[in-house]
Design a protein around this ligand. Sequence first.
Ligand SMILES: Cc1cc2nc3c(=O)[nH]c(=O)nc-3n(C[C@H](O)[C@H](O)[C@H](O)COP(=O)(O)O)c2cc1C
Length: 180
Amino acid sequence: MGKLNIGIILGSTREGRLSPQVGEWVKGIADKRDDANYEIVDILDYNLPLLGTTDGSEPGIAAWNEKLASFDGFVFIVQEYNHSITGVLKNAIDHAREPWNNKAAGIVSYGSTGGARAAEHLRGILGELMIADVRVHPTLSLFTDFENFSTFKPAELHLKNVNDMLDQLNAWSGALKTLR
Ligand SMILES: Cc1cc2nc3c(=O)[nH]c(=O)nc-3n(C[C@H](O)[C@H](O)[C@H](O)COP(=O)(O)O)c2cc1C
């Protein structure tokens, strides 16, 4: 079996968003492991319409589905918006179905309480899509892991959490590959 392909999905698209800093940090840790191919996936690149407001022929929708289909597992970079995930992430999730099924996911979240409430909402959604979400979940605080709520300076303890999450994610991504 070749190396697993893992997509690191940035859950926010707003101007000035923090998610690219967090996604690059996760990718940097992941790449050092040399155990899978890791790729950052930016929802912004796909220009996805609000689901159901068009005839669905936009090339970005097909490209989004193709990109998801190329992965064995996912890391969701999740930020808390009104105690949940962003509308953009929910819309992007809803734009695909089979490309999500029988895969695994890990969550890295941030917010005033580590994005924990958003992450728990996401877990409920992942269940419906038959995505197995792993237990270890790095939670980053806007107060202590970001300088002035803008420059990402993660505490040392998160490094082990990210690696533990990736251990679980890769084990389950490999196991679920046999089902597809
Ligand atoms: C519409 C909106 C709602 C938010 N609601 C919450 C919230 O309920 N809890 C929280 O901890 N942070 C909340 N925040 C703060 C965001 O988590 C913070 O701005 C974070 O940087 C957003 O991620 P992003 O920079 O990648 O867009 C909210 C931000 C926005 C824009």
